[in-house]
Design a protein around this ligand. Structure first.
Ligand code: MTE
Length: 318
């Protein structure tokens, strides 16, 4: 896909505030679109979450994962979103209420012992359920700290029984342009795709999220099932997943398909490797005026650095 680079390349580091980073990211998309951004026709539906798993919460917190900063205010973390299916602005919460959470089926296919489709609540019953506190670092250089509930992706991979030939897991988000007006914007490579190596998916930090702040995860944050990978940039954390495919081919993600020079497969957090159009050295902590130095692997190196031994020739940090 032809990407026209804007003058963002020439931004001085001091000018690359997270907001401007975001504006430039959007202008990149705008350049691709060469057309008007659709305005949501969904109005301001604010119906309840409608999630029958609500009785499961709050989950017992796993004390192994601790934070170096206060939790982000729930109101902020649930109102400042990236969910391009519902628009490219941060305030998509109202639009996202159109998402219908049940029935919700999860397909498991590709290189597995037995492909299957199962109901979301059936899956939930089979998984070990817990709460974890994680930092989240968006590629746009803002960060938050969130209490997520859900289950280790390693447990899900065990359940899926991949064959020895499976090297990657590819995740796919729902596709329904009648619900998600952003999906009518045909210049995006819908549906939203993300991928991990099997080793990454089996790492203890990889977490499949169904809840947030002791409640079912709100629609705008990726209900009913999203991924959370705290050592990678936030765009790897695919929302509202409907399919997991085990494969021997490296998946090409939504953002990589759109701009492979700016968003790669690995996308591990590293302050020393700038995004082509802005610095990644610092992050703006949501809800504060604080700018913190960003940590390599987002501070989770003791858990994940070994996954990348021998891969130094790859673009691990973009
Ligand atoms: N998943 C889907 N399906 N669509 C998206 O646009 N945005 C990603 C990620 N997952 C996105 C997605 C990006 S860029 C980030 S930073 C996080 O979701 C944001 O998650 P949050 O809104 O819960 O903070």
């Amino acid at each position: 896909m032809g990407i026209r680079r804007n003058k963002g390349w020439e931004l001085r580091e001091s000018e690359a505030t997270p907001e401007s980073a975001f504006v430039h990211r959007r202008s990149l998309v705008g350049a691709i679109a060469a057309g008007p951004i659709l305005v949501s026709a969904l109005g301001s539906a604010t119906a309840g979450n409608g999630d029958p798993s609500a009785g499961l919460y709050p989950a017992k917190r796993n004390a192994r994962y601790t934070l170096d900063r206060p939790l982000t205010d729930e109101k902020l973390a649930t109102a400042y979103n990236n969910f391009y299916e519902f628009g490219s602005q941060k305030s998509i919460a109202d639009e996202a209420q159109a998402l219908k959470l049940r029935p919700w089926t999860i397909k498991i296919d590709g290189l597995v012992e037995k492909p299957m489709t199962l109901d979301m609540d059936d899956l939930l019953r089979r998984m070990p359920f817990e709460e974890r506190l994680y930092r989240h670092r968006c590629v746009e250089a803002w960060s938050m700290a969130v209490p997520w509930s859900g289950f280790a992706m390693a447990a899900f991979v065990d359940f899926a029984k991949p064959l020895g030939s499976a090297k990657y897991v590819r995740m796919e988000t729902f596709l329904d342009p009648t619900t998600a007006p952003g999906q009518k914007q045909v210049w995006y490579p819908w549906p939203y795709i993300e991928g991990l190596t099997i080793a990454e998916a089996g790492n203890e930090l990889a977490f499949l999220v169904t809840g947030m702040y002791g409640k079912p995860v709100p629609k705008q944050n990726g209900a009913p099932l999203r991924l959370v990978l705290p050592w990678k940039y936030g765009f790897k954390s695919a929302k509202s997943i409907v399919r997991f495919s085990f494969t021997d081919k490296r998946p090409v993600s939504f953002w990589e398909a759109l701009a492979s020079n700016e968003y790669g497969f690995w996308a591990n957090v590293n302050p020393a490797v700038p995004h082509p159009r802005w610095s990644q050295a610092e992050e703006r902590v949501l809800g504060t005026n604080e700018r913190r130095p960003t940590l390599k692997w987002n501070g989770y190196g003791e858990f994940v650095a070994h996954l990348y031994d021998g891969l130094q020739g790859e673009r691990l940090f973009v």
